[in-house]
Unconditional design. Sequence first.
Length: 176
Amino acid sequence: MLNFLPSPLVGAIATLLLTLNILFWVPILLCFAALKLILPFKRVRLLIDPVLLFIAENWIACNSGWMALTQRVVWDVQGVEGLDSRGWYMVSSNHQSWVDILVLQHLLNRHIPLLKFFIKQELIWAPVMGLAWWALEFPFMRRYSEEYLKSFPKCEKRPETTRRAYEKYALIQRVS
């Protein structure tokens, strides 16, 4: 643990490790996602999806590693022992900050299938991460103003987007 160092230095190290971890795993992830895009056949998908999940789980494990190295956190978590890594779960979180995502991933990695977060459509353009979320098939949701929906009620497609996402996830098999 690096907590003996000044806090700004620990923060800089954590940021560097987070960035390096992203820059290491995302290109590997995108290579396999590109194959799936080029060869859009169910058989190819069934072969590549477990590889993408393996990459994501290891990316998350490395995130857990740098967090343990740079943060002084005592985890008190109960109930993960009974979870089925081959089952499907819906995790509901009162999302407060981006740290919530890292914490949930850390706590649930390899205890349940890869968490898939519903993401605002605009975030597909986020550098590097937008492509990673696309490659991992996170569902992108459009947000419409209340006023817009009153004018164009057929634009509300969240249930349809959710249903399509669930249909894709039903095909994914985790390789243990």
